[in-house]
Design a protein around this ligand. Structure first.
Ligand code: FPP
Length: 256
């Protein structure tokens, strides 16, 4: 039987339908299973994260050919600080490596990079690398790659509420003027559409404090594939599954 990994480029596009026609415009991914991938091979966990970084390269390359305009990856949560110090340091080293090595290439492929999350308590070197990468890729328009780093959904909502409270207290805004749109304007994702599709790998079925506001009407797709094994064809498969779904946004069936 032909596996999804054996698909040729043309077949992959056919599986996913005509590119861009029916979305998804924005895909968010919880990249889970790096640790289990490494443990299954008797390797240290950081080797799983390194293999996960290769999967990041693959999906970033493949996303535009599937019509995706925004790709949001959960790289490090506010809860991930609880991991052993060596793993945390290893993850930040990998992120730095990715950004330093890839920025020129990302720019050449029209990828704008944004980082979502709290910057204050990031290691100083990471902060500098991030700012440089954002500035260098600012004018790119083919794909926006959001890397969620030191990100937590509840903290993001609290931060937005606090910003609005300060604006109201300062007389800049009436409490009655606070709408969902005004609120969304205070989130890290301001100006971007909400994700159409969320993918979580490795068989876990939860949101883990990721994009809690933005995922309100997002289609959810779970796969048992561990993140380091995730390929362009798995991404095309998720896109194809999305295109078969009927989105109603709280309305009723559209029977034409
Ligand atoms: C979850 O797997 C994965 C992470 C916490 C980190 C994701 C980071 C990368 C893919 C590295 C590079 C990222 C970029 C953007 C270059 P886990 O460790 O929780 O796996 P487990 O559940 O099997 O233990």
């Amino acid at each position: 039987m032909q596996g999804v990994n054996d698909l040729k480029q043309g077949e992959r596009q056919e599986l996913a339908g005509r590119q861009g026609e029916r979305g998804p415009e924005h895909v968010a991914i919880i990249m889970d299973g790096n640790g289990r991938w490494a443990e299954a091979r008797g390797l240290p966990r950081i080797m799983g994260h390194r293999a996960g970084m290769e999967a990041v390269r693959r999906v970033v390359r493949a996303a535009p050919s599937l019509g995706i305009k925004y790709l949001t990856l959960f790289a490090f949560s506010t809860e991930n600080w609880r991991r052993p110090r060596l793993e945390v340091e290893g993850l930040f080293a990998l992120l730095r490596e990715y950004v330093e090595k890839e920025t020129d290439d990302l720019k050449a492929h029209g990828v704008r990079v944004r980082f979502l999350g709290e910057r204050e308590n990031l290691p100083q070197t990471a902060g500098k690398v991030i700012e440089r990468c954002e500035a260098e890729t600012e004018g790119c328009t083919r794909l926006t790659l959001n890397i969620a780093l030191n990100y937590g959904g509840r903290a993001e909502i609290v931060r937005a509420a606090r910003a609005l409270a300060f604006r109201a207290a300062g007389g800049e805004l009436e409490p009655n003027d606070i709408t969902a749109e005004v609120f969304a304007g205070e989130l890290f994702t301001r100006g971007m559409p909400d994700p159409d599709l969320l993918i979580r790998t490795s068989g876990e079925m939860r949101l883990s404090n990721f994009l809690l506001w933005q995922l309100a009407y997002t289609e959810l797709y779970f796969t048992d594939v561990l993140w380091p094994d995730f390929t362009q064809d798995h991404l095309a498969q998720a896109v194809a599954a999305y295109r078969k779904r009927e989105r109603r946004f709280g309305g009723v069936h559209n029977r034409g």
